[in-house]
Design a protein around this ligand. Structure first.
Ligand code: MG
Length: 156
């Protein structure tokens, strides 16, 4: 068994869609980034890469590469799972936190878990996504950014 940790944060800006865990969420703002800026899937991908000691998402999917411009981050996570597979590794479980002041995310969590489970080849019972606010503190609390954390377990 090997464990990895992932973290990501993106700015919330007007004129962008809000996509987390591959789910589009109605909101006045969306996350800014080169790809679709899905901070949750980026944190999961980074945790899996970390468990495999395969570097990080920024190295493998650089933000100057036109291939990943506005890309669906589900493709990034699928590519990471395939990188692990080629190393003889497979995901066992993932546990994630989303830290967002707004909007309310609870209604969308089942669909996020479903997407992550499918992309990682896991049963949904092995995929946890939790959402919380930042108690109004700092840039996340002011609604200027959303951050995500993930811990992933991988086995050989
Ligand atoms: Mg990111």
């Amino acid at each position: 068994m090997r464990v990895g940790i992932g973290y990501d944060i993106h700015r919330l800006v007007e004129g962008r869609r809000l996509i987390l865990g591959g789910v589009e969420i109605p909101h006045t703002k969306g996350l800014l980034g080169h790809s679709d800026a899905d901070a949750l899937l980026h944190a999961v991908a980074d945790a899996l890469l970390g468990a495999a000691a395969l570097g990080d998402i920024g190295t493998h999917f650089p933000d100057f590469d036109p291939q990943w411009k506005d890309a669906d981050s589900q493709k990034i996570l699928a590519a990471v799972v395939e990188m692990l597979r080629r190393k003889g590794l497979r995901p066992v479980s993932v546990d994630c936190n989303i830290i967002a002041q707004k909007p309310k995310l609870a209604p969308y969590i089942p669909a996020m878990r479903d997407n992550i489970a499918r992309l990682c080849g896991l049963d949904i019972s092995r995929v946890s996504v939790k959402a919380r606010t930042n108690e109004g503190l700092g840039e996340i609390g002011r609604g200027e950014a959303i951050a995500c954390q993930c811990v992933a377990l991988v086995e050989e």
